[in-house]
Design a protein. Sequence first.
Length: 257
Amino acid sequence: MLKRTLRFTSTLSSPPSPTTTVYRGTAFEHRAQNILQTHMSMSLRRVGGKSDGGIDLLGWWWLPPFGASDINVPRRRLRVLAQCKAEKKKIGPKFIREMEGVLHRYLSLSTTFHSSGSRSQSTHTSSEAQALQYPLVALFISESPYTRSTILRAQSSPVPLFLLYIPPEPSFSDPSVTEDSFNEGIGSAVWNPALAGARGVLSGDVEIRWERGLRGSGRPGLWWRNQKLANWTPEVDDMEVESLDFEHENVLHEKFA
């Protein structure tokens, strides 16, 4: 992950100051993307920008089929819409309300599509239908902790919500920093009953457990029916990941922005 962060910085022709809001936000999105792929079985791409419609990361979460007794069976995918916030203050409930609005707006595309009878808007029928057929998860990733009222708001939300806290990364100038310091970047993980409950999207099959490493450090990990769930994403190169059914996402994101 450390190498990927350095590569992101080196690709900028005129890198902005690390103290600017744009730099911090963009760097955090890249860092969150890498951590989620390394530890949470998510293959996401960054779509953040001026016309992102409130979505910073978009892609897939790869989990065993719901109800499967064998953890090693081929995995199914859930659609993930993610927002990243590199705020210095704690995250308040208003951000959860905004995330709920983003997800509801995304879902409303199916209604808008089906109510449209024009030929020009029906050309992407199969793409939109396929893009909306997967279970949908709203993922909120913050560089600062959540307030208690925010957690309570998320727990009561009817929207499937997954809240991750990824603390600021260690300083490059610190000689004690290793690549493991960056990889173990998840500070906490919380989700609500609409996602993980028995009647939620995950049907109660998945739980979060704190996993402590040999060096005393640790991070949240995913467990499937009391079994440790190994990290997994499709074994394809970066270019193939970018094209993995993202033509459907492109149609939706174009309408969403």
